[in-house]
Design a binder for this molecule. Structure first.
Ligand SMILES: *[C@@H]1O[C@H](CO)[C@@H](O)[C@H](O)[C@H]1NC(C)=O
Ligand SMILES: *[C@@H]1O[C@H](CO)[C@@H](O)[C@H](O)[C@H]1NC(C)=O
Ligand SMILES: *[C@@H]1O[C@H](CO)[C@@H](O)[C@H](O)[C@H]1NC(C)=O
Ligand SMILES: *[C@@H]1O[C@H](CO)[C@@H](O)[C@H](O)[C@H]1NC(C)=O
Ligand SMILES: *[C@@H]1O[C@H](CO)[C@@H](O)[C@H](O)[C@H]1NC(C)=O
Ligand SMILES: *[C@@H]1O[C@H](CO)[C@@H](O)[C@H](O)[C@H]1NC(C)=O
Ligand SMILES: *[C@@H]1O[C@H](CO)[C@@H](O)[C@H](O)[C@H]1NC(C)=O
Length: 796
């Protein structure tokens, strides 16, 4: 008898992991106690089961079955009970004989149910699409998870008038957050910040009229869907295509906890999710991010950062969404107040009203008279001597906007004003206190039942093993799942797959730094083979005069940049004076190499121009000019096996500039002769437009086949050969277009043998010439370049 009892738990514990459950039939259940109680889709991509969301807290969820061999990472796409997790023991998902699917907590309470009508012979299936369906044996569906999305829409899953996506509360807290994606009463698909008494739409851009946002308000069918190739379309005529359209990736459209809607594609090679579209490039535009009375700014690598306006303090040190509160009492008599003028600061919405042609003094008086007026916005338009005054009742959605011209006047105590003016900081930094936000712990409320002796012994035995397992799960959980909350750079890097290498590892990988493959501004590049057999390009930086901490901070930024048109960074090494960067190695070499080997036809050149623009646009926009490349040239643009460009060497300008004595980020000239914008020469402010200039030169090189660093020898109508800069040469030829029809033929790379699309070519040259305007403000930004090229590409 004893042996028999022992045998049962053993076989259950050591059952091969491959035996999966395909469906759940009536009268059976999945238990939170058995990690193997998981439903799997026929193709194995999705699993449904109890997912740990805290200590002894579980949600019934659907996730992508571990896509990668490397990490424990499971991406959840749906949850039944996100706001009410259940206990780890005695909780069950049961398909009752009445046809109802119920989730019970600790054997007692029903926390969730489908309320399906009583029909016999039902089964619960997880389909290949990721849809969990309660269906009859004949396949008729009674209930499906696709009709009750949480924060994710999978391909083919319809978003309808009855459904919405709701973000999760934070990266580690899966309960319902404040952001929603839904169809509004105008039939427009929109993103909404929505909490207790604030409701504020932020996408499409709220300052645009619906028609200007290209949304169609008269189709009331209210349906949106993503297809598996990456096209999204909505009945309000909003559509987008993912940057990797056409390829069959695993995809998901997720409303992230930060309020941004992102399309992710699973990159098999890199074993990670890659963003292939997002609603907003600039995270501070998203409403409510920092709560009231605070300012949002964006720091790549760390993400957006919140700080309180001076004179205000953080309400909760664990949650920025609660914002900041004044350290003074606004109800003081009005003559105790004055205003502190701040520029380039925008707080969107919550105007008390708009008052035209008020003088500044009138506007001040108006605000002082209103007890709820916290500040006002004052815009003066010099051209038509017209002004606007907007008293604000709530300071939400604050962010710095360099292009914003109006002034912002914050109501402060008179006695504080001189103190405020003496310090140039707008805001006060407060740090999040993560230590006080412990994991969710559910009270253990298990129902007791009398247990006899033998069973008791058996349970002890099982718990003994189970206890070990729980310790194991907790360890794994602490090591992997909790890391996103910590802020130390080392740990942050661990989650992105970007890691620290030791010097000896890299020495071994490069066979003692023998295979030199390139030498650039920042250092020498070696080819190496890492321990896991990946071929890497390892760059040893020349200057190692900065502290490890500064280097780590910068490297952290680089490690987080992630775009299909940027070289993928794998890691770094900082030991003693050694500073190295490890990135993917591109077999097909650089654009410069491919030029000389004559392997680029017109189509490829156009694609390279487009891809390079996308990569640079990501660096500039995503990172708000934090990452200027400063050395865009054909040697720094690599090509993959599909001739897709990948920009390399980004972020180096930052890595090198820090630690220099005068602390100005761009104290020295950077870049390569021939590609450098005039700003460098004339010592003008350096902005992202320097990269736009270099990009323009690279495109002109691709079109003409000439080398910008050498210039052009031009023989015209028997005149003497003249040495000219590439730009002036192309510009002159184009200006003569009216006179000679053949101007294109004169400048186009002869290696194209005349095989190109004339209209597109003219367009591309036009864009490139705009990029190389002497005056930086006359140049488009990279996003506009991408827009123009895309429009041209799609316009057949
Ligand atoms: C699911 O499969 C596991 C392992 O094969 C098994 O132990 C468990 O009883 C099954 N659960 C159901 C509900 O069929
Ligand atoms: C929401 O309304 C309540 C009650 O009217 C008020 O106490 C609270 O301050 C308001 N919250 C916000 C963020 O305005
Ligand atoms: C996907 O979108 C692209 C660009 O918007 C369009 O050209 C293409 O026809 C779309 N494909 C499908 C299947 O709708
Ligand atoms: C409304 O949208 C649906 C779904 O996108 C589409 O099939 C239908 O043709 C649209 N109707 C009109 C009048 O545009
Ligand atoms: C504001 O003043 C300008 C110039 O004095 C005038 O043209 C404009 O109509 C005024 N606007 C309003 C709303 O009164
Ligand atoms: C963080 O929270 C813990 C626990 O609530 C508290 O003991 C600690 O003082 C807090 N630290 C800061 C910097 O506020
Ligand atoms: C998640 O957020 C909700 C709502 O703010 C809160 O009630 C819950 O305790 C949080 N859970 C965890 C694990 O922090």
């Amino acid at each position: 008898m004893g042996t028999l009892i022992l045998f049962i738990p053993f076989s259950a514990l050591f059952a091969p992991a491959t035996s999966t459950n395909r469906s759940l039939s009536e009268g059976s259940s999945l238990s939170s106690e058995n990690p193997e109680d998981v439903l799997t889709s026929p193709d194995g991509v999705f699993s449904a089961g109890f997912y740990p969301v805290g200590d002894n807290a579980y949600c019934f969820a659907i996730w992508f079955t571990s896509l990668t061999s490397r990490s424990q990472d499971r991406t959840v796409v749906w949850m039944a009970n996100r706001d009410q997790p259940v206990n780890g023991r005695k909780s069950k998902l049961s398909l009752l004989r009445t046809g109802n699917l119920i989730l019970t907590d600790a054997g007692k309470f029903t926390v969730w149910e489908t309320n399906t009508a009583p029909i016999s012979s039902l089964e619960l299936h997880l389909h290949d699409t990721g849809n969990l369906v309660l269906q009859t044996l004949g396949g008729k569906s009674l209930w499906e998870s696709f009709d009750f999305p949480t924060d994710t829409l999978l391909p083919q899953q319809l978003l309808t008038r009855n459904t919405k996506l709701v973000s999760s509360r934070s990266q580690t807290n899966y309960s319902s957050g404040f952001y929603k994606l839904l169809f509004d009463n105008d039939n427009v698909l929109c993103l909404l910040y929505d909490r207790a008494n604030i409701s504020s739409p932020y996408w499409p851009a709220p300052w645009l009229r619906r028609e200007n946002a290209k949304r169609f308000v008269y189709n009331s069918s209210r349906i949106a869907v993503l297809d598996s190739f990456g096209n999204f379309s909505s009945s309000d005529r909003f559509t987008f295509s993912s940057t990797d359209y056409g390829q069959l990736f695993h995809r998901r459209l997720t409303l992230d906890h930060d309020g941004n809607l992102r399309l992710y594609s699973w990159d098999e090679e890199g074993e990670k999710w890659v963003v292939s579209w997002q609603a907003w490039q600039f995270p501070c535009i998203i409403h409510g991010v920092c709560g009231a009375n605070s300012i949002c700014s964006y720091v790549p690598g760390i993400g957006r950062k919140c700080s309180c306006l001076r004179g205000y303090k953080m309400i909760s040190h664990t949650d920025w969404s609660q914002g900041c509160e004044p350290e003074f009492d606004l109800s003081f008599e009005k003559n105790k107040f004055d205003f502190w003028q701040l520029s380039h600061l925008d707080f969107y919405g919550f105007d008390y009203g708009s008052y035209h042609n008020y003088t500044l003094a009138q506007c001040k008086t108006l605000c002082l008279e209103l007890p709820e007026c916290k500040a006002f916005q004052y815009n003066f338009y010099r051209e038509d001597t017209h002004s606007d005054c907007f008293p604000k009742t709530l300071l939400m959605n604050g962010h710095r906007l360099p292009s914003f011209d109006g002034s912002f006047y914050l109501r402060v105590l008179k006695k504080d004003l001189s103190n405020l003016l003496s310090n140039s900081n707008l805001a006060e930094e407060f740090s999040l206190n993560c230590s006080s936000e412990g994991p969710l712990l559910l009270e253990r409320v298990y129902s007791k039942s009398p247990i006899n002796g033998t069973v008791k012994f058996m349970l002890w035995f099982v718990f003994g093993l189970g206890g070990l397992e729980i310790v194991g799960i907790l360890l794994v959980w602490c090591l992997f799942i909790r890391t996103p909350q910590s802020s130390s750079p080392d740990k942050q890097l661990a989650i992105t797959g970007f890691r620290k290498f030791t010097y000896s590892e890299l020495k071994k990988a490069t066979k003692g730094f023998t295979k030199e493959i390139g030498r650039g501004a920042g250092g020498i590049v070696y080819k190496g083979v890492l321990a896991d057999n990946r071929v890497a390009a390892i760059k040893q930086l020349y200057k190692a005069n900065q502290g490890e901490e500064v280097f780590l901070a910068e490297v952290n930024i680089i490690g987080r940049l992630n775009h299909m048109n940027l070289i993928e960074m794998w890691g770094y090494c900082a030991e003693g004076k050694q500073r190295l960067l490890v990135s993917e190695y591109m077999e097909h070499g650089s654009l410069a190499d491919n030029f000389s080997s004559n392997s680029l036809d017109w189509k490829k050149r156009f694609e390279i121009a487009l891809g390079t623009a996308k990569g640079l646009s990501y660096l500039h926009e995503e990172c708000l000019e934090w990452v200027l490349h400063c050395d865009v040239k054909p040697e720094n643009i690599f090509l993959d096996s599909n001739y897709q460009p990948k920009v390399a060497d980004f972020g180096l300008s930052k890595l090198q500039s820090r630690g220099e004595p005068n602390n100005s980020s761009f104290s020295r000239m950077r870049g390569t002769r021939g590609y450098m914008a005039p700003e460098w020469v004339f010592n003008l402010p350096i902005t992202s437009k320097v990269d736009v200039y270099s990009y323009g030169i690279v495109v002109l090189e691709m079109v003409t086949g000439k080398d910008a660093t050498k210039g052009v020898h031009d023989i015209e109508g028997g005149e003497q050969s003249q040495h000219k800069r590439l730009v002036s040469w192309v510009r002159e030829k184009k200006n003569r277009a009216a006179l000679t029809e053949s101007w294109l033929e004169e400048i186009i790379d002869p290696r194209l043998k005349g095989e190109y699309d004339v209209r597109k070519m003219e367009f591309l040259i036009g864009v490139a010439l705009q990029c190389v305007e002497e005056e930086k403000d006359a140049r488009p930004n990279m996003r506009e370049v991408v827009g123009m090229l895309l429009a041209q590409e799609n316009d057949h």
